[in-house]
Write a protein that binds this ligand. Structure first.
Ligand SMILES: [Zn+2]
Length: 608
């Protein structure tokens, strides 16, 4: 599809949707509890002899060497199901073979999925001996290329029927669900908010099931300090989040997802604050070459696991419409969107209503096909004749955003660094003469940037039975050290009480926040491992089981099948998802320390 509008429209929606996705902080733990989770090491202890060889095989210098190739222009940003990714996967598989790991992927020549199932029965290639396998686990993905969305309005007044067609990139930004047409009556639901604690409910007495819902973005009273949405700190943070200076945190409140639970056919948003000219400027702006938007002449490409349930992009993300279009839809009510907004804001009281005689149709046409991609899987076998059938899994995504015209997203930190971390551990365990009792499986995932596709596929097609999988360690972005500013931001985000003596002892460059599932004894494993590494660790026990409260990376796939998990992520920087995320900015020293920490933690889990 040609229209630039679609790309920028999507970014606009995303921008607005993100505005609606204020980072919902988990309830803030008390400062003294937070301090308990800060682990500083006065004197680094020597590593136990039996794990020493592997530990010392991990070096910052080798990490940067591996990363220089993985994040080179040659691999074109390693986008899922592209040549660049395949080159990276083959490279990793050849190193796994060089280090004498055992393959845990598909049988040679046998494509993945259903045919493997047919060929080898329910366990797929699980029951096969390693020498009959490869290091690559193939998966089929559904590729959907951007289509075009057309919205038309039919308004009935008595015997008169008026139709109007709205144009993408002029009247609205964003698109509907690929290859779906929705036609339904329309209702106006104010800001689309339900906040019981202040007795505010835009949906009271309004039936939105199967209807198209028109709402305003954000919330009432943005510029009114006396508004309940301003006076209540949580609501203010939720609906008017201070614009994050650095990449947003995934997860948290999402107004559209909340409304989606009420079962509407579609949601149209009109910007509550700001002018139509802003929307038009956005929609007509040329693509920013270095950004991860696709150049104008390239349709956007999205991937999904076939039969894997609807992906976020296959559910309604909301379309942003101009005020002019909103007023055309509201015509039969005799009211304008501006008047309705003023009415609501004046008393912080809803003004929701059915829009008599109005029916909208949202029709989206796009093209889809199946493509193939692969995870890389290799393992070292445990030394115990029984426990070797149990496994500790260590993983990281190898894919990134690819290229946009001449601009390549090298993804050195995201997630070339994590992939190198997994390679570091694979080589270390292979080099370490004494193997732990249980086996250790090393995984490089595809499709994380597209929705955790590779790891979600794996937990449905595991190389080792899930009930024999004792833990999963995830590495994502482990190469950028904190600096004072980043640490200050992180302290705020983690509610670490600034100014306390202990906090003053933190060395930003050694700071690492590690998240992990609750109740699996992982905090002790980390504390013990860190005695031999000396990072300034901040332990974040996850309150949820989904793992999403600690960042949406591949550990969430394992959390979803209730496998204990650990997740390491270093500093978030301005280079996140930018073409500027390149190897010369990484710290080999930090990669060495985080890899060594995970090596010792994985060894302890596999040997206990
Ligand atoms: Zn990542």
């Amino acid at each position: 599809m040609k229209k630039t509008a679609a790309c920028f429209a999507l970014c606009l929606c995303l921008t607005i949707a993100l505005a609606a996705r204020a980072p919902q902080q988990a309830p803030q733990p008390k400062p003294e509890d937070v301090l308990k989770n800060l682990v500083l090491v006065e004197n680094i202890q020597p590593v136990p002899e039996k794990m020493k060889a592997g530990f010392e095989a991990i070096t910052g210098k080798d990490s940067v060497t591996l990363l220089s190739y993985i994040s080179s222009d040659l691999l074109e940003g390693r986008e899922t199901a592209t040549r660049g990714f395949e080159l990276a996967a083959e490279y990793a598989a050849s190193l796994f073979s060089l280090w004498k790991l055992k393959p845990a992927g598909d049988a040679p020549g046998i494509p993945a999925g259903r045919r493997a199932l047919a060929a080898f029965g329910p366990g797929g290639s699980q029951g096969m001996s390693p020498q009959e396998k490869t290091f690559l686990q193939g998966l089929a993905l559904k590729e959907t290329l951007d289509g075009s969305t057309e919205i038309s309005l039919e308004s009935r007044a008595g015997s008169t029927v008026k139709s109007r067609i709205f144009s993408p990139g002029i009247d609205f930004a964003g698109e509907g669900v690929p290859n779906e047409t929705v036609e339904a009556p329309v209702v106006f639901a104010g800001y689309g908010i339900i906040e019981k604690e202040i007795g505010y409910n835009d949906f009271k007495g309004l039936d939105v099931k199967g209807k198209i819902v028109l709402i305003l973005t954000e919330a009432p009273g943005k510029n009114d300090p006396k508004s309940p949405f301003q006076l209540n700190k949580e609501l203010k943070e939720k609906y008017f989040p201070a614009a994050p200076r650095f990449p947003f945190r995934r997860g948290g409140f999402n107004k559209l997802q909340e409304i989606d639970k009420l079962g509407p056919a579609a949601v149209l948003q009109v910007a509550a604050y700001g002018k139509d000219s802003d929307l038009f400027k956005q929609m007509s702006a040329p693509a920013r070459p270095f950004s991860d938007e696709r150049p104008t002449n390239e349709p956007r490409r999205r991937l999904a696991l076939p039969g894997g349930g609807r992906m976020p992009f296959e559910r309604f993300m909301g379309i942003t419409i101009s005020r002019e279009m909103a007023n055309a839809i509201l015509e039969s009510t005799g009211q304008k969107i501006e008047d309705l907004q003023k009415k609501i804001d004046a008393a912080t009281k809803p003004a929701s209503m059915e829009i008599p005689g109005a029916r909208l149709s949202v029709r989206t046409v796009s093209s889809s096909k199946l493509v193939q991609c692969r995870n890389v899987l290799g393992f070292i076998e445990g030394s115990d004749p029984v426990l070797k059938n149990e496994v500790v899994v260590v993983g990281a995504h190898l894919d990134h955003l690819g290229r946009r015209g001449d601009y390549i997203f090298n993804g050195a930190d995201d997630n070339g660094s994590g992939a190198v971390g997994v390679m570091n551990l694979a080589r270390a365990f292979a080099a370490n003469p004494q193997k732990p009792k249980r086996s250790v499986l090393f995984c490089l995932w595809t499709g994380e940037e597209e929705g955790l596709l590779g790891s979600r596929y794996y937990v449905r097609n595991p190389a080792f039975p899930l009930e024999k999988t004792v833990a999963y360690l995830n590495l994502d972005m482990i190469s950028r050290p904190y600096d004072e500013a980043a640490l200050e931001r992180a302290s705020r985000m983690f509610n670490i009480p600034a100014g306390k003596d202990l906090v003053k002892k933190i060395t930003p460059a050694d700071f690492l926040a590690v998240s992990f599932s609750a109740g699996d004894g992982l905090a002790d494993i980390l504390k013990e491992a860190n005695q031999h590494v000396g990072l300034d660790l901040f332990l974040r026990e996850s309150s949820g089981r989904s793992g999403r409260d600690m960042g949406g990376s591949d550990h969430s796939s394992f959390a979803s099948v209730k496998i204990p998990w650990m997740f390491c992520i270093a500093a978030m920087t301005e280079d996140y998802h930018q073409t500027s995320d390149s190897v010369e900015k990484v710290s080999g020293e930090l990669m060495e320390k985080i890899s060594r920490l995970n090596y010792l933690a994985a060894y302890a889990l596999a040997d206990r």
